[in-house]
Design a protein around this ligand. Structure first.
Ligand SMILES: *[C@@H]1O[C@H](CO)[C@@H](O)[C@H](O)[C@H]1NC(C)=O
Length: 244
C-alpha cells in the first residue's frame, strides 16, 4: 500500500513537471528522486554486506552440519548367511547410531556407547587427504592410527549420499570384521596431519596393522582386546583392536 502510494505520488510529480518544465519544482523533484534512489542503493549495499557477513560468521563460528544415521545389522557374516536367515533373525537386531561431520577432506564419526551389546564409544577420523584413519577410543582415552582403507570407507560425497539415504528410514545391513593389532607407540603426532593431531593431542597414540598383514606373528596368550562398531559404508564394521 505504502509503495503504491509513493509511486503514484512520484508519477503525479513527474506528470506535473512534464507539463511545466520551466518551474524550479522540476529540478527539486528530480534531485529528490535521485537522492531516494541513492539511499535505496546504499541500503541495498549495506543489506548485501550484512547478508554476506552473516553467512561468513555462520560458516566459521557455528558447528558444522552433522549427519545422523543408524543401521541395524545381522550378526552373521555375509559369507555364511544360511538360507533360512529370516527365520533365524532375532527379534531385535543390534543397531548402530552415528553422527558424522563430513567436509571435503575429512570425516569425523561419533560412535556413542551402544545401548545394547558390546563396543566402546569412539571418535573415528578419516583424513582423505593424508589417507589415514584414527580411532579415539573414549573408554581408554587412547588413539589408534592406521592407513585409510578405501574399500571400507566411502569417499566424502558418497558418504554424504549414504547418510541422506539413512535419514529416510531404518536400514538393515550385515557385519564385517576387521582385526587390527597395535604395533608401536607414536610420539610425534605432527606427521599425522592437522586433524589427527587435534583429535589425539594429549592422548597416548599407537600405530596399528591388520592382523593378516603381520607375517609370523606369535599370538600371545594374553591379549588385551576391545571392539568398536561403526559404519562408513553400507555395512557395519566391527573393528577389533588388540594389544599384546
Ligand atoms: C580393507 O578392509 C577389507 C575388509 O576388512 C580387507 O579385506 C582389505 O584387505 C583391507 N584393505 C587394506 C588395504 O587394508
Amino acid at each position: 500500500m505504502v509503495k503504491i502510494a509513493f509511486n503514484s505520488a512520484l508519477a503525479q510529480k513527474a506528470l506535473v513537471s512534464e507539463k511545466d518544465p520551466e518551474t524550479g519544482s522540476v529540478y527539486g523533484s528530480e534531485s529528490s528522486t535521485g537522492r531516494c534512489l541513492l539511499t535505496l542503493l546504499g541500503l541495498a549495499f549495506i543489506l548485501s554486506g550484512l547478508i554476506v557477513g552473516g553467512a561468513c560468521v555462520y560458516r566459521y563460528f557455528t558447528p558444522k552440519k552433522l549427519y545422523h544415521g543408524s543401521m541395524q545389522f545381522t550378526k552373521l557374516d555375509s559369507a555364511d548367511v544360511p538360507m533360512d536367515v529370516e527365520a533365524r533373525e532375532p527379534y531385535y537386531l543390534p543397531r548402530i547410531d552415528e553422527d558424522v561431520d563430513i567436509r571435503d577432506d575429512v570425516a569425523i564419526v561419533n560412535v556413542p556407547a551402544p545401548r545394547f551389546g558390546e563396543g566402546d564409544p569412539a571418535y573415528i577420523l578419516h583424513d582423505f587427504k593424508r589417507k589415514m584413519t584414527a580411532y579415539l577410543d573414549l573408554t581408554l582415552r587412547t588413539c589408534f592410527v592406521i592407513p585409510l582403507n578405501t574399500s571400507v570407507v566411502l569417499p566424502p560425497q558418497d558418504l554424504m549420499d549414504l547418510f541422506m539415504q539413512l535419514m529416510s528410514g531404518s536400514y538393515k545391513s550385515y557385519l564385517v570384521h576387521e582385526d587390527l593389532v597395535v604395533t608401536e607407540r607414536v610420539d610425534d603426532l605432527g606427521p599425522l596431519g592437522y586433524y589427527i593431531y587435534n583429535l589425539c593431542e594429549g592422548k597416548a597414540t599407537y600405530k596399528m596393522q591388520r592382523r593378516s598383514e603381520i607375517i609370523g606373528i606369535q599370538k600371545r596368550s594374553v591379549e588385551e582386546c576391545f571392539k568398536i562398531h561403526h559404519f562408513e559404508n553400507k555395512f557395519v564394521t566391527e573393528t577389533r583392536i588388540c594389544r599384546a
